[in-house]
Design a protein around this ligand. Structure first.
Ligand SMILES: Nc1nc2c(ncn2[C@@H]2O[C@H](COP(=O)(O)OP(=O)(O)OP(=O)(O)O)[C@@H](O)[C@H]2O)c(=O)[nH]1
Ligand SMILES: [Mg+2]
Length: 339
């Protein structure tokens, strides 16, 4: 069975089988709706293009596969992976004698995401927690990628679950950075530690002491996106992690890189530099709602070998979701007009 058909059955069956409208069911539907809305542009940029190509194709020849390559590359799947996927699709469709463009498209989609699922291993969504004492979550990424907004969104999620949350304004370099995080801390109703022009690693040291003494459950560290140059930024991030580990050897429990979905291959190259500097445990992909290039999820898996943990689907506080491959695929592939 094709992947889309499988997902359609799964999602519609789930709805038919749930007779009781509990809060959980309503929340789950809201999450699905946010995925659908956030992936609107990607759906148009990818699924609609595949469909249009199938409709206007009379006969399958090599130019059909060239066009598939173009669609994948333009959806930011990455050049190598795009060529690989189309070659596999070409070979299998020859072997099976497929000449129907829709069937070929389905085969391509299956290959794209079954590969992802196989490489992905476990799909851990919840943040890892410390066995005792505060959990430390380290957030990094280039300037403007969405770190501060994401820290605020995560703070809200964890506060709503009953955790005592502390934010650390470790971007002590950029004018306005502290005020921005203070604004969010106030709005969400969580505590913040900051000190203008201080050394970020000594601020983090103070933050952890405070978290231990005052029994905070979870600490989010918002770091700088830009310093004088890339080397000093990476040195600073490394130093923060070293200092954290002096107090808490098993921290940070998570080091997450925030990546703007619009940055494409460039973003992936940047991510490699961060990955070398700090031991990343996953990626948070932001601004998915603003791009038609949803294929970046695949390129991340292929080139960085890191799981996407959260996905930013809009600017509002609730527009951050734990990454769920099936919801993502369903939102990307489903024909909204069929619904
Ligand atoms: N549409 C949309 N906008 C987002 C999302 N996440 C963040 N943004 C916007 O991206 C812009 C930059 O976000 P920040 O959180 O300030 O980015 P930053 O990484 O902290 O930036 P620096 O502190 O300068 O390094 C803001 O206008 C956010 O509202 C998202 O998922 N969707
Ligand atoms: Mg910031």
């Amino acid at each position: 069975m094709g992947l889309l058909k499988f997902l359609k059955e799964k999602f519609t069956k789930k709805k038919e089988n749930t007779s009781e409208v509990t809060e959980e069911v309503i929340e789950e539907e809201k999450v699905e709706e946010r995925y659908q809305a956030g992936l609107d542009k990607s759906r148009n940029g990818f699924t609609e293009r595949l469909k249009k190509l199938a409709i206007r194709t009379k006969k399958i020849d090599t130019s059909y596969f060239d066009e598939l390559e173009r669609i994948l590359i333009e959806a930011d799947v990455g050049v190598d992976l795009s060529l690989e996927l189309v070659k596999e699709t070409y070979d299998e469709s020859k072997e099976r004698g497929l000449d129907n463009p829709e069937e070929i498209n389905d085969l391509l989609v299956d290959k794209m995401f079954i590969g992802y699922a196989n490489e992905g291993g476990s799909f851990q969504t919840e943040l890892k927690r410390a066995q005792e004492g505060p959990t430390i979550i380290f957030i990094c990424g280039v300037n403007g990628s969405g770190k501060t907004t994401t820290v605020a969104k995560l703070a809200k999620k964890y506060k709503d679950r009953g955790d005592k949350v502390l934010l650390v304004a470790a971007d002590t370099f950029r004018a306005g950075a502290i005020e921005q995080l203070e604004f969010w801390a106030n709005k969400v109703g969580v505590d913040i530690i900051s000190k203008a022009n201080s050394d970020p690693s000594s601020l983090c040291y103070d933050a952890i002491k405070k978290a231990q003494n005052e029994n905070y459950d979870i600490v989010f560290i918002d770091t700088a996106g830009r310093l004088q140059n890339k080397v000093s930024l990476m040195d600073e991030l490394r130093k923060i992690v070293r200092v954290i580990q002096k107090l808490l050897p098993s921290a940070p429990q998570e080091s997450l890189l925030v990546l703007d979905a619009n940055t494409g291959q460039n973003g992936i190259d940047q991510a490699k530099i961060f990955k070398e500097a700090v031991n990343l445990s996953g990626i948070i992909i932001t601004k998915m709602d603003g791009t038609s290039k949803g294929g970046i999820i695949l390129a991340i898996r292929k080139e960085l070998n890191l799981p996407v943990r959260y996905i930013g689907l809009g600017e509002k506080m609730e527009d951050l979701e734990e990454f769920d491959l099936e919801k993502y695929l369903y939102a990307l592939l489903v024909d909204s007009k069929e619904e």
